[in-house]
Design a protein around this ligand. Structure first.
Ligand code: OAD
Length: 248
C-alpha cells in the first residue's frame, strides 16, 4: 500500500499504455452531490433497501418505489459530472483507458464523454416493461407514476434490485476485461458481489490494482497502490494535464 502524489499516479497510468480498466462505485459521483449508499449520510442509512429496491417491494407498492426512483432521477439529472468522470473520459479518448465498469446507475460517465461504459447494476435513465421487456430512455422522471408501457404492462426502473441477477452480457464483459487488464478501483465500499471480486481477477492474473477511496475497504490490502483521497481531488491534476495536452 502506497500513498502518492497525483503526478506519480499519472506516471503509473501512462506506464500501462492503455492496458487499464476503471471499476467505479457511488464514491466517484459523490463529488457531484449524488449520495452514496453506505457512508454516514448514505442512502442505506436513511432508507430501507427491502422497502425500495427489491422485486417484492415493487410488487407491494410500485408507487412508493417509483417516487423514490423519480427523486433519485431528479438528483442525477440535475447533477454535473465531476473531475474524476471527466478525467476518465479524457483517458479513454487519448487511449489510456479501455473501459469503465460501473456499479452506478447514474449517467455521469457518459455525460462526461466516456463511450465504453459497462453498467453492472443497470441504468436509472431507462425504464423497462415488466410484461414485454420494452426499454425506454428517460431525460426526465416519468410524468405519471407508475408509468405504463404501450402494451399495457407496468414499467419498472431498469436497474438491478437486491435478489436479482446482474445482466449476463455486462458481467461477462467486465470479468473478461478485469482478467486481462490493470484495474483502477474508484469509490466503492466493495461490499456487493460480484462487482467486489472483479479486482481479484486482475490481481490473480498478474495485473496491478490501484484503489482510490478516502476510507479503507476490503480491497485496500489487495491493492498495489491505495490513495486515501476523494476521487474529484485525485483527478484534478490528471484532468488538467490531459486537457492541456488535448488543446495543444
Ligand atoms: P457504497 O456507498 O457502498 O460505497 C461508496 C464508497 O465510496 C465508500 O467506500 C466511500 O468511502 C467512498 N467514497 C465516498 N466519497 C468518495 C469520494 N468523493 N471519492 C472516492 N470515494 C468516495 O457504494 P458502492 O460500493 O457503489 O447496488 O455500492 C455498491 C452497490 O450497493 C450499489 O451499486 C448499489 C448498492 O446497494 C444496487 O443498487 C444494486
Amino acid at each position: 500500500m502506497t500513498f502518492m502524489h497525483d503526478l506519480e499516479l499519472y506516471e503509473i497510468i501512462k506506464s500501462f499504455s492503455g492496458d487499464l480498466v476503471a471499476l467505479t462505485g457511488a464514491g466517484v459521483s459523490a463529488d457531484s452531490g449524488i449520495p452514496t449508499f453506505r457512508d454516514k449520510d448514505g442512502l442505506w442509512n436513511r432508507y430501507r433497501p427491502e422497502e425500495l429496491a427489491t422485486p417484492q417491494a415493487f410488487a407491494r407498492n410500485p408507487e412508493l418505489v417509483w417516487e423514490w426512483y423519480a427523486w433519485r432521477m431528479r438528483l442525477i439529472f440535475d447533477a454535473e459530472p465531476n473531475l474524476a468522470h471527466k478525467a476518465l473520459a479524457l483517458m479513454e479518448k487519448v487511449g489510456l483507458l479501455k473501459a469503465v465498469v460501473t456499479q452506478n446507475v447514474d449517467n455521469l460517465h457518459e455525460r462526461a464523454g466516456s463511450r465504453n461504459v459497462i453498467h453492472l447494476h443497470g441504468r436509472i435513465d431507462e425504464m423497462r416493461c415488466v410484461e414485454c421487456g420494452n426499454t425506454v430512455c428517460l431525460n426526465e422522471p416519468p410524468e405519471s407514476i407508475p408509468p405504463y408501457c404501450e402494451c399495457g404492462g407496468m414499467m419498472r426502473p431498469n436497474v438491478v434490485w437486491f435478489g436479482e441477477s446482474l445482466p449476463e452480457k455486462e458481467l461477462n464483459l467486465a470479468m473478461e476485461l478485469c482478467r486481462s487488464s490493470n484495474v483502477i478501483v474508484i469509490g466503492t465500499s466493495a461490499a456487493v458481489q460480484p462487482a467486489a471480486s472483479l479486482p481479484y481477477h486482475a490481481k490473480r492474473n498478474g495485473h496491478f490494482v490501484i484503489e482510490i477511496n478516502p476510507d479503507v475497504t476490503p480491497l485496500t490490502d489487495l491493492a498495489d497502490v491505495s490513495i486515501r483521497e476523494r476521487a474529484g481531488k485525485v483527478f484534478e491534476m490528471i484532468y488538467a494535464i490531459l486537457k492541456e495536452e488535448e488543446i495543444r
